[in-house]
Design a protein around this ligand. Structure first.
Ligand code: FAD
Length: 465
């Protein structure tokens, strides 16, 4: 970057990191989950990292970067697995981890700076008034609230509350624009959707207001089944037990548990498929009674929050942590992110399980999706070649199961968001020079891109954004 010295001078007393090893570290996220992204993004590197201490320093940083035409890629915890936080055009990584204040906790609502870690927010809300975030990614300990909103979607709790795309699951955002004189915008209601899951391409989030739920004493359970589809049907029926308060229903086909969950191997008999559950303690009797009519056996049951134990919380075996455990044991595997759409999600899962066998080991997260019970899948794929991976993706899509392709780094190809005219208009307003996380929004980089949508992808209830 030829203008680095001028930029650093313009940043004045704002903390800047130029040490090459540290800059390299902060230029990466969990992109290496994908063998395709690993190949494509291996050499991506920022020129420097800026670490503002507060919103005023964010504003000064953006003004200086705008003046010197330096691209800015925002970073929270760096735990995204789509290469979202990787600075494709170099420039500055804007590390927001020092904006970590929890500003306000009220009945049903928390407001925090964007760099606050999700686990700290949860803990503070529990201590304040026995409340917690409605749902969180399995990266509760790594992720920040700003990064979750800008790059994530759902997690433990989504079986009760849906995903970030559902109205009401983000209460408010405060963002800073990328202009000569950056402005502060407060977004509420449907306007939030422009910035939700936009990979920081159209504004830097500095504050987030989120709704809260009661913090129940959760119990972690593992239930074993000899037959995977019995486990899936049981999970689907449990998801519909409206009186049972639950936070997690994960179904994992054999041999995922026995191959990849080393710490639990003594508990999980060979060949078993499992359900991972988080159930609120007052509803354990109801759960046990429900399970009596299913051919499953409780293999593990323990209080989720037990400070005396250092055991892995069960959510750290679920969502994309399942893939992490698998990658640690077998770095040659890869994965997909799939929607098995309602109301036939169980049949779709059964069909993919039957068709691919152990080449695509099925992992389902039961969620409420656009108002219905559905499954988000994170199947583990025995990777051979990129062309075979493409075939597997195509087979899913041709058979009604959309893929949120985790082997692509653009918003549109990742598929969780389709960029429509209102997104482009907002980007023109908030980042007219296209300096925020360049390369991630196809609709901006390539005006001929034909995937422009008038609807929020797959979210009919949101209507035209
Ligand atoms: P980062 O990775 O730092 O950033 C994510 C994106 O948001 C980037 O594009 C970045 O530029 C942008 N961004 C970050 N902060 C801001 C900001 N303040 N303003 C504007 N843009 C910003 N995701 C889920 O949704 N559910 C899961 O259950 C889940 N499980 C995971 C498990 C593992 C093991 C891994 C590796 C990933 C998982 N993820 C999951 C993805 C990711 O961990 C989460 O989405 C997490 O919340 C991201 O937060 P972060 O602070 O690490 O974001």
């Amino acid at each position: 970057m030829s203008n680095a010295a001028a930029l650093i001078a313009g940043l004045g007393d704002i903390r800047v990191v130029t040490d090459p090893a540290k800059v390299q570290l902060k230029s990466r996220d969990f992109y290496w989950y994908s063998p395709v992204l690993k190949r494509q993004l291996e050499s991506v590197r920022a020129d420097l990292v800026v670490e503002p201490a507060d919103e005023a320093e964010v504003i000064r940083t953006l003004a200086a970067c705008h003046k010197h035409r330096v691209p800015v890629t925002v970073r929270g915890g760096g735990s995204g697995n789509y290469g979202q936080a990787m600075p494709l055009n170099g420039g500055a990584v804007l590390d927001l981890s020092r904006l970590d204040q929890i500003l306000e906790i009220g009945f049903g609502r928390v407001r925090a700076q964007a760099g606050a870690k999700l686990a700290r927010i949860d803990q503070a809300c529990q201590e304040h008034s026995r409340q917690e975030l409605r749902f969180h990614p399995s990266t509760l300990k790594m992720g920040t609230i700003g990064g979750f909103v800008a790059g994530g979607s759902s997690g433990a709790g989504s079986i009760a509350w849906g995903t970030l795309r559902d109205r009401g699951n983000i209460q408010g955002l405060r963002i800073v624009t990328m202009e000569a004189e950056p402005r502060i915008l407060e977004l509420a209601g449907d306007a939030i959707q422009k910035v939700n899951h936009a990979y920081g391409t159209n504004g830097v989030i500095t504050e987030v207001a989120m709704p809260l739920a009661p913090a129940w004493p959760w119990v972690d359970l593992i239930v074993g089944f000899k037959d995977f589809m019995s486990a899936v049907r049981c999970a689907d029926a449990l998801a519909r037990q409206d009186g049972v308060v639950k936070k997690l229903i994960t179904a994992l086909a054999a041999p995922i548990p026995e191959l990849y969950f080393r710490p639990l191997q003594s508990r999980i008999p060979q060949g078993q498929s499992v359900l991972l559950l988080m159930i609120a303690e007052p509803w354990l009797t109801a759960l046990r009674d429900f399970l009596k009519s299913w051919p499953g056996e409780i293999l593990l049951e323990r209080a989720a929050v037990d400070p005396k134990r250092r055991a892995l919380p069960i959510y750290e075996l679920s969502w994309n942590h399942t893939t992490l455990h698998a990658l640690r044991i077998d770095p040659t595997i890869t994965y997909l992110q799939v929607l098995y759409p309602p109301p036939a999600h169980v049949e779709y899962a059964a069909e993919m399980h039957r068709h691919f066998g152990e080449e695509v080991m099925i992992h389902l997260e039961f969620v409420r999706f656009d108002g219905q019970i559905a499954c988000l899948g994170l199947p583990i794929v025995r990777f051979t070649t990129e062309s075979r991976l493409d075939e597997i993706i195509r087979h899913h899509e041709d058979h009604g199961c959309p893929i949120f392709n985790p082997h692509a780094f653009t918003l549109e190809e990742g598929g969780m968001k389709q960029v429509d005219r209102s997104h482009l208009a907002f980007k023109r307003e908030a980042d007219p020079l296209g300096l925020l996380n360049p390369g991630k929004m196809l609709g901006w980089d390539n005006p001929d891109y034909t995937g422009m949508s008038r609807q929020s992808y797959l979210y009919k209830s949101l209507g035209t954004a």
